[in-house]
Design a protein around this ligand. Structure first.
Ligand code: ZN
Length: 283
């Protein structure tokens, strides 16, 4: 179940499933609580959509202050509507240039790194291995969804961390709903070959149009990857229907901001590093 909460001035949503994980902080932020004006009102977190940089920076400052996370701890990738996934190792530098970060999902077991997904209709998907303490943040637009990016994230968790789907929880945040998502043949064709596509793709009211349920398409990928249905939380909020709360690319006609969705593994203060001289505390 999803519920609203306030962090500082920012209005956010959280999943009750993920909220039960004590080692995590997560939020699906709304557009409320920032300083941007006009089409970007108010918590626009993207520098790439035409908003004033100074306002976006202030918004990031508000987010950082609200959750007591420093700005340097937020990792945002470029999001290019493909299915490449960035795996961040627990220690050491993780990028040589931010310009090279053309990915649509991030996986890490590193503490103190807030992995982010920007959205304005696309689906933000969080996956958590609560046993091994590994997290994934996925940006799933129609292209990424058609490529199976949520299923791929589960595969990479299994392959790289030995994660078991039985230990995984997932939360699917607000996105464009089937109420508002009519697509044409070019988009529909990408989904018609997928297993069980009739569960999330149906013929539309107009000829040559289909209705696509992107959140359900991603939920099916998670279920078919072995995550229990009871372990997947889905927000039923549509970004187009709720533009007072969320940025919507389609609903706005294209000029709008981006809301941020993030999750982070809290530092375990009891964690110790073994050295030749014995254990030392890391904090
Ligand atoms: Zn809608």
């Amino acid at each position: 179940m999803f519920s609203f909460f306030k962090a500082g001035q920012i209005e956010c949503l959280q999943s009750s499933l993920l909220a039960r994980c004590a080692f995590l902080t997560h939020a699906f932020c709304t557009r409320r609580g920032g300083v941007s004006q006009g089409d970007y009102k108010s918590l626009n977190m993207s520098f790439k959509e035409g908003d004033e940089d100074n306002h976006v920076l202030q918004n990031w400052g508000r987010l950082a202050a609200a959750f007591d996370i420093s700005l340097e701890q937020f990792l945002v990738v470029n999001q290019v509507h493909k299915d490449d996934i960035f795996i961040v190792k627990p220690y050491g530098g993780y990028f040589s240039s931010r310009a090279e970060l053309d990915y649509d999902a991030i996986i890490t077991n590193r503490a103190d790194l807030a992995i982010c997904v920007k959205t304005a209709d696309c689906v933000p998907v969080f996956i958590v291995d609560r046993a091994k303490k590994v997290i994934a943040a996925v940006h799933a637009g129609w292209r990424g969804s058609a490529l199976g990016i949520s299923a791929k994230a589960v595969r990479l968790l299994r392959a790289n961390y030995g994660s078991s789907p039985q230990d995984m929880l997932a939360a699917i945040g607000p996105s464009i709903g089937p109420c508002c998502y009519q697509v044409d043949k070019v988009v529909a064709d990408e989904f018609l070959n997928l297993h069980n596509h009739e569960l999330f793709l149906s013929t539309g009211k107009k000829a040559g149009k289909w209705t696509l349920n992107l959140a359900e398409a991603n939920r099916r990928q998670l279920v078919e990857s072995g995550i229990g249905e009871a372990n997947i939380d889905v927000s039923d909020l549509c970004t187009v229907c709720n533009q007072d709360r969320f940025f919507s690319h389609r609903g706005s006609g294209g000029i709008t901001g981006r809301q941020i969705n993030f999750l982070i593994i809290k530092r375990d203060d009891s964690y110790q590093v073994m050295t030749e001289d014995g254990p030392i505390s890391r904090h």
